[in-house]
Design a protein. Sequence first.
Length: 290
Amino acid sequence: MPRSGRPRVTSQTQDRFILNQHLRDRFRTAKATAAVTPGAHNNRISAHTVRNRLAKSGLHGRRPYVGSVLSRRHRNNREQWALRHINWTRQRWRPILVTDESRFVLSRADFRVRLYRRRNERYADCCVLQRDRFGVGDSVMLWGGIAYGYRTPLVVIDGNLIAQKYRLDILGPHVVPLLQTHNVITTLQLDNATSHVAGVNLEYLQNHNVDFMDDWPSKSPDLNPIEHLWENLDRRVRRRPNPPNNVNELGAALLEEWNNILQADINKLVLSMRHRCHAVSIAHGGHTRY
């Protein structure tokens, strides 16, 4: 019996072509696929039609997760580290000072990138956007640290943070005095940045009797709770009634908003470490929701 209603614009062959194009490249636009689909000009295939065919196949347009490229070695190191620390209690994480640097730009482009993926593919390698989330332009680079019940002052970093500058500007005036005098915070977390784990800096910490963790896996922002604070800080500054107009105003706004973040929120992030380790172990070292 003849089918009623409007006839299909695409054939089954064209539907397969559309699906395969977006399975090969999840970031491909529907407009680009519509233009190269065989017979597109004769049948007037539109981007809307392409999106409909993808949706019927389970591929929906979504904003991508922005992350780092994880090699097999990265995944293995992340998984092994998570398994070694997955049973650490909250009490064991409390005395650790977690630190990091972050760069904040004055004007950030609004990248409206979309991809087509299935429901459970948010952290799949083919669906992760490999891009610096900080953008380009005039910027301020900051160093900071958090622990349960404590946050360090933010330190503005002038230029690149090389090993010597890290020791002279961060470890000497901020980290070592804190860990030598604080009754609760006893251990410094070091990520795998070259300036952090340079031999001269590790020797400097040892000479000052500072305990430290230097086995942090590379490319693991989801294991570092301070990453959430950087994002929170960026949102706070951009939502101010009078956003900063120059780098000096940006730096002042960042320092002010850093102190406005509730310590209770910082404490929750510190105590999330066990959940983070669990998530990384389940993902076998892959990307997680953190």
